[in-house]
Design a protein around this ligand. Structure first.
Ligand code: PMP
Ligand code: GLU
Length: 397
């Protein structure tokens, strides 16, 4: 007797595994630069931290309602009214232990054995594995660099079968930084309404976009999709709160109710202290969000400038998030010493061992030929890391 069968079907989160490996190397005294972490390097803004300290001091240290405290749910409702002009009621909101758990709850509430879930490639690592854990079948919609990693409604329609239940979208996108075309999102919303499909729209990077393309929630683009769409959001990226583990979802009442049932059996409720920090994040001043976003934009521009100096690499200009998905396939099947770089995984290993830089292989996101570079680190680190990337690539002949 061994582990459950599902364990042979799922993988370790590559993003987390690589970040952990880079941290371990640093602890061992190796000068490694990690461009693998999908988390802001900024500290959580002080007003948010202070609200948590206050909650702790007044003894707000007990379980809360499974779906979150009313004050936070209200702040979330106000956010959607203010920014997307849609009305949600408290029973259409759930607060979870990170957007990741909100996503897990939603997938487990909707997907069972044999249900098909459409996922555009490249996709964030956890989508595939969470669907498989729920015994669903991920059905991938491929995109390419030529089309800016965008897909059309026909691409979606071609993948539909009688078993399709859910479409999983993420915009601004991890790992490409691409913002999906609004016209296509509207067409997908219409399709979901017409065919009784569900949409999970992961909008966790909505506050990190560079003003070149508008970012709106899918419920703002097509308000009628409110009955078919579960919007996933959180605090990790916009408010630099990855370690607080706080996220949320809004959606149709029956789905949120089911998500509550799951959450009540798995984690009971999100962290009580973090929830008050979340209230402050959503209702307090937003200037730090803008400051961090502006800093990310400067770094993006800097990374693009440095990449221009590396021959034979290409990418789609990221419009949001803090990643750039770099095509390094020209360097495949080349050698240096005893390294033969055959794919994105072996390239990632080569660069980590030889140049001491950590980047996530495209294969973890379902797209071979690429490396994901996270620019959520200082300019000094980026400068050094991009010099190392150039040196590592040019050594391969
Ligand atoms: N969705 C995407 C696309 C992400 O990149 C992340 C990063 N962690 C998450 C969800 C989960 O975020 P959280 O830290 O709130 O669980
Ligand atoms: N979402 C981040 C990333 O893609 C954090 C790691 C994770 O949760 O997978 O790197």
């Amino acid at each position: 007797m061994g582990l459950a069968l599902r364990m042979s079907k799922i993988q370790e989160s590559m993003t987390l595994a690589l970040s952990a490996k880079a941290k371990k190397m640093r602890r061992e005294g190796i000068d490694v630069i990690s461009l693998s972490a999908g988390e802001p390097d900024f500290s959580t803004p002080d007003n948010i931290k202070n609200k948590a300290i206050e909650a702790l001091s007044r003894g707000f240290t007990h379980y809360t309602t499974v779906s979150g405290i009313p004050e936070l749910k209200d702040a979330i409702i106000q956010k959607y009214k203010r920014e997307s002009n849609v009305d949600y009621s408290p029973n259409q909101v759930i607060v979870s232990t990170g957007a990741k758990q909100a996503l897990y709850n939603a997938i487990f509430a909707l997907i069972g054995p044999g249900d098909e879930v459409l996922i555009p490639i490249p996709y964030w690592v956890s989508y595939r594995d969470q669907v498989i854990m729920a015994e669903g079948i991920p059905v991938f919609i491929d995109t390419d660099e030529k089309s800016g990693f965008q897909f059309s409604i026909d691409d979606v329609k071609k993948s539909l079968t009688s078993k399709t239940k859910l479409i999983l979208l993420n915009t601004p996108n991890n790992p490409t930084g691409v913002i999906y075309n609004e016209d296509v999102l509207k067409e997908i919303a219409d399709l979901a309404i017409e065919r009784d499909l569900y949409i999970i729209s992961d909008e966790i990077y909505e506050k990190i976009s560079y003003g070149e393309i508008r970012v709106r929630s899918i419920v703002a683009i097509e308000p009628k999709v409110k009955e078919r769409a579960i919007i996933i959001n959180g605090f990790s990226k916009a408010y630099a709160m990855t370690g607080w583990r706080l996220g949320y979802a809004v959606g149709p009442e029956e789905v949120i109710k089911a998500m509550n049932k799951i959450q009540g059996q798995v984690t009971s409720c999100p962290n009580s202290i973090a929830q008050w920090a979340g209230v402050e994040a959503l209702t307090g001043p937003q200037d730090e969000v803008a400051r961090m976003r502006d800093e990310f934009k400067k770094r993006r521009d800097f990374v693009m400038e440095k990449l221009a100096g590396i021959p034979h690499v290409s990418y789609v200009r990221p419009q949001g998030a803090f990643y750039i998905f770099v095509n390094i396939s020209y360097y495949f099947n080349k050698v240096y010493k005893n390294y033969k770089v055959a794919d994105s995984l072996s390239m990632s290993e080569y660069l980590l061992n030889e140049e001491k830089i950590a980047l996530v292989p495209g294969s973890a996101f379902g797209k071979e030929g690429y490396l994901r570079l996270s620019y959520a680190t200082s300019k000094e680190n980026l400068e050094k890391a991009l010099d190392r990337l150039k040196s590592g690539l040019l050594k391969l002949t």
